[in-house]
Design a protein around this ligand. Structure first.
Ligand code: SF4
Length: 327
């Protein structure tokens, strides 16, 4: 088996910059040839940040779009992956998906998402924003191989749905050609207050994320930043300096959010186990830190949140077509 892996791992490497350490394990010659013919039922072993084996599976899902209703905005969300190999220690997704596998070490790729999404979009009469994604990163490393997000973007573009993307990965740049074609689209990068390998083992550096935003802006794409989570006792960045760099890179707005574990018990336990910190103690002085960051965001001119508000063209009434009303 080992010999077989060695023989083919060089060939099977995914060559997207730093994700090139993804190797494919084929269980036997027979499966290898089957994979080559049908690209089906692959199982990957990914060794990104800790040398620990990751499990990547191809699965089928029964729905893609999920409706989210907030107080002031209504939108859809879609998660093409279940699990996320970025493995952030504060992630709230484990509390949403309740999977017994170790967070950050598994991904289920929902391979039939593009077909299903096309069908679901065809059944929607009134467009709403589609948010990618709420419980996984749509551009986590395996997307370089599966291209599910890309194919779903193609489906969204066919109907020109308004889209908001949020990622921590420069892989989003691969899809610049598609992103530029949307009538309304926003691309955001997440930058937490603990952006380093200890807290976000699979995520690229802040400077690479800023460079990603800069290049998107250069292509005429409106960008934003989700500064979240902010952990009051763990603000490892010079926030003022960071905001200046974001402004210079063409970012239109910065939305920030404090760490929250209320209702996310599994995530709180994971955070405490992996960091050896008590969640209550890192939240001290929350109000002061929140106020300080709000001031900095505003003084850097990055508080234009309307950038993220898509509004539907008002429905035309008969009066709009009447010669009298035009007079
Ligand atoms: S990138 Fe997002 S979804 Fe992925 S582990 Fe980090 S916080 Fe969770």
């Amino acid at each position: 088996m080992n010999g077989f892996i060695k023989e083919y791992s060089g060939w099977a490497k995914i060559s997207y910059s730093e994700y090139s350490n993804i190797t494919v394990i084929f269980f036997c010659d027979w499966l290898f040839h089957k994979c080559m013919m049908q690209l089906a039922s692959l199982q990957y072993e990914v060794k990104p940040h800790s040398g620990r084996a990751l499990e990547v599976r191809e699965v089928k899902c029964s729905t893609v779009l999920r409706r989210m209703n907030f107080s002031h905005v209504s939108e859809y969300t879609a998660n093409f992956y279940r699990g996320c190999t970025h493995g952030c220690v504060y992630c709230y997704a484990p509390s949403l998906i309740h999977d017994e596998r170790r967070w950050g070490y598994f991904v289920d790729a929902k391979a039939n998402s593009p077909q299903l999404l096309r069908k679901e979009l065809g059944q929607i009469h009134e467009k709403e924003v589609v948010f990618l994604s709420s419980a996984s990163d749509p551009y986590q490393p395996v997307e370089a191989r599966f291209k599910i997000t890309r194919r779903c973007l193609e489906a969204l573009l066919e109907r020109d749905f308004p889209v908001i993307i949020l990622t921590r990965s420069p892989l989003v740049l691969r899809d610049t050609d598609l992103l530029k074609k949307f009538t309304w689209l926003r691309v955001g990068c997440s930058i937490s207050s603990v952006s380093n390998k200890f807290y976000e083992p699979g995520v690229v550096s802040v400077s690479r994320r800023i460079e990603t935003l800069r290049r998107l802006h250069e292509h005429g794409i409106t960008t934003w930043v989700s500064m979240a989570p902010v952990i009051p006792q763990l603000v490892l960045e010079d926030v003022g300096m960071l905001l200046k760099k974001l402004k210079k890179s063409g970012v239109s707005c910065v939305v920030f959010g404090m760490l929250r574990f209320i209702g996310y018990e599994e995530s709180r336990i994971m955070f405490e186990q992996r960091t050896n910190l008590r969640s209550a103690s890192v939240m001290r002085k929350e109000k002061e830190v929140r106020e300080e960051i709000a001031k900095l965001v505003s003084s850097n001119g990055l508080d234009s949140y309307s950038v993220l508000e898509w509004s539907r063209e008002p429905t035309k009434t008969l009066d709009d077509f009447s010669p009298i009303s035009q007079a």
